[in-house]
Design a protein around this ligand. Structure first.
Ligand code: NAP
Length: 259
C-alpha cells in the first residue's frame, strides 16, 4: 500500500473510490496537480491492476465504521465515489460514512445505456433473472456480466457458455464445459463482432454498465441480431452526481478547505 499527500498549504484532501474507467480518467486528470492531494482506493479484486498515476491504497476499509474512521484519521475534505455502477455495497458505505463524518460526497458515474432501434433486449433485475431469460432450448451464450454470480448459470446447464473475464473467475469451475476467454477491455466493435460470429453467439448477458468502453458488444449484438439479456442497474444512490469529467473536477475544486 502506498499513501502520500502533497504538502501544499491548502490542497483538497480527496479520496477517490475507484475501480472504473471514470476513476481512471479522474486519476489521470488529477496527476501532477499541486492543489489537490488525491488518494485512489481500489478494492484489490483484479490480480494485475493498471498502475495508478496518483497515490493509491488497496483493500476494504472495514464497512461503514472503518470508512468513517478513515475519513477522519486522514482529514479527508471530499470523497468522489467513482466505483462501478453495480458496486452497490461500497457506494452505500460511502454515503453512510460521508454523512457520519460530514464529508461531502460526489458520485461520478456514467449514464446507463438506452435501448436503440434494432436492439433486441430482454431487461431483467438480477443475474438470477438473467438465467431464466435464457430459455429452455440450448443456446450459445456469451457471459460478460462479471466474474461473480457465474455459479447462478449452473441452473441452466443446457446452454453452451462462453465466459469473458479479466482474471480467471473462481466460479468458472461451477460451469463445466464453459469456454473461458481472458481479456481486458476496451474491445473494438470489429473484435466483438468477430467473437460473436466465430462462436455462434445467440445470446449475450451484460449488466447495464453504461459508458463507451464496453458498449461495442451491445452494438455488435444489434448488428448481428443477437439477443441481449440486460441486467438493470441497482437503485442509484441519493447523492450529488456528475457524469462528465469537467463537472467532477469543478466539484472537487469547489470543496477546497478554508485557509
Ligand atoms: P461492492 O460489493 O460494492 O463492495 C464490497 C466491499 O469491497 C466493500 O464493502 C468494501 O469493503 C470493498 N470495496 C469495494 N470497492 C472498494 C474500493 N474502491 N476501495 C476499497 N474497498 C472497496 O464491490 P464489488 O461490486 O465487489 O466491486 C469491487 C470493485 O470492483 C469496486 O471498486 C468496483 O468499482 C469494481 N468493479 C465492480 C464491478 C461490478 O460489476 N460490481 C465491475 C467492474 C469493476 P469494506 O466494507 O471492507 O470497506
Amino acid at each position: 500500500m502506498t499513501e502520500s499527500a502533497t504538502p501544499l498549504p491548502n490542497p483538497v484532501r480527496l479520496l477517490v473510490l475507484g475501480g472504473s474507467s471514470e476513476a481512471s480518467a479522474l486519476a489521470a486528470a488529477l496527476a501532477g496537480r499541486e492543489d489537490i492531494a488525491p488518494i485512489l482506493s481500489l478494492a484489490g479484486r483484479t490480480g494485475n491492476p493498471k498502475s495508478a498515476p496518483i497515490p493509491s491504497r488497496v483493500g476494504g476499509f472495514g464497512g461503514v465504521d472503518g470508512l468513517t474512521e478513515y475519513l477522519s484519521c486522514n482529514a479527508i475534505d471530499a470523497v468522489v465515489d467513482a466505483t462501478h455502477p453495480f458496486a452497490e455495497q461500497i457506494s452505500a458505505n460511502a454515503a453512510a460514512a460521508c454523512a457520519a463524518a460530514r464529508v461531502p460526497l460526489l458520485v461520478f458515474t456514467r449514464p446507463p445505456w438506452r435501448r436503440e432501434p434494432g436492439d433486441d433486449w430482454i431487461e431483467v433485475d438480477s443475474v438470477e433473472a438473467a438465467v431464466d431469460a435464457l430459455g429452455k432450448e440450448r443456446r450459445t451464450v456469451l457471459l460478460t456480466q462479471g466474474r461473480l454470480q457465474l455459479a447462478a448459470f449452473t441452473r441452466a446447464p443446457q446452454h453452451r457458455y462462453i465466459v469473458r473475464a479479466i482474471d480467471r473467475p473462481a466460479e468458472i469451475d461451477a460451469l463445466p464445459g464453459a469456454k473461458l476467454i481472458l481479456a481486458r477491455g476496451p474491445f473494438a466493435l470489429a473484435d466483438e463482432e468477430r467473437l460473436m460470429r466465430d462462436e455462434g453467439v445467440e445470446l449475450l448477458v451484460s449488466k447495464n454498465s453504461g459508458g463507451a468502453a464496453t458498449y461495442p458488444k451491445i452494438e455488435a449484438a444489434r448488428r448481428l441480431g443477437v439477443t441481449v439479456v440486460v441486467v438493470r442497474r441497482p437503485t442509484e444512490p441519493n447523492a450529488e452526481t456528475a457524469t462528465e469529467l469537467p463537472a467532477a473536477l469543478a466539484w472537487i475544486e469547489a470543496h477546497r478547505p478554508a485557509p
